[in-house]
Design a protein around this ligand. Structure first.
Ligand code: IMP
Length: 184
């Protein structure tokens, strides 16, 4: 597996990715989402539940732009194996289960079929939180198979694989500042 950067293109193991969303555009949109969240949770201290690994950049930018005190928790979700398609099975690793009566904002990088988020929502419901809302940076709307209420959505994107700003292809590309899209 090799990752090569040729000017503006990223080539990972023969797959070529083009620049798609610039860091400035992404961060501007995240600041808008943060303002909405700040307004909606006025006087409250929500728990931001960050879904690892992909949401690390999104969550960092989002949380820094919310001014009231919040709580931060993490959750690891694994579904992809190593390639471009979801394995169809989601494994969750929760480090905290103390969500009873809390207002939770689940912070996720991307929703594809929606299986990961549906699995997370079902798991969280068991702890009887006061409320659960979703903040997602990217949504592949045409792939969505579940009826999810997504309150805070950064961008709707086509059904194409993307990397950068926390998102990976076989663990490559998370550190790219911008988001790149696969050429097919
Ligand atoms: P879902 O369960 O089908 O909605 O897939 C969501 C998960 O798959 C995300 O949390 C990502 O880890 C991964 N994923 C889906 N699409 C992409 C993509 O285009 N790039 C990188 N990861 C993706």
């Amino acid at each position: 597996m090799t990752a090569v950067f040729e000017k503006e293109l990223v080539n990972i193991d023969g797959k070529v990715f083009f620049p798609y969303l610039s860091n400035n555009v992404i961060r501007k949109r995240i600041r808008e989402l943060a303002s909405e969240i700040e307004r909606d949770y006025k006087g409250k201290n929500p728990v931001f539940l960050v879904v690892l690994k992909g949401a690390i950049f999104f969550a960092s930018e989002l949380m820094q732009n919310v001014s009231q005190p919040i709580f931060v928790e993490i959750l690891k979700a694994e579904s992809y194996g190593n390639r471009l398609e979801s394995s169809g099975k989601v494994n969750l690793f929760l480090t905290n289960r103390n969500f009873g009566g809390k207002d939770i904002v689940v912070v996720e990088d991307i929703i594809d079929t929606g299986l990961t988020i549906k699995t997370i929502m079902d798991e969280l419901a068991k702890f009887e939180p006061s409320s659960v809302e979703l903040a997602v940076l990217l949504l592949k709307k045409e792939k969505l198979k579940f009826n999810l209420s997504i309150k805070y959505c950064g961008f709707e994107i086509p059904d194409k694989f993307v990397i950068g700003f926390g998102l990976d292809f076989a663990e490559y590309g998370r550190n790219l500042k911008d988001i790149y899209i696969l050429k097919e």
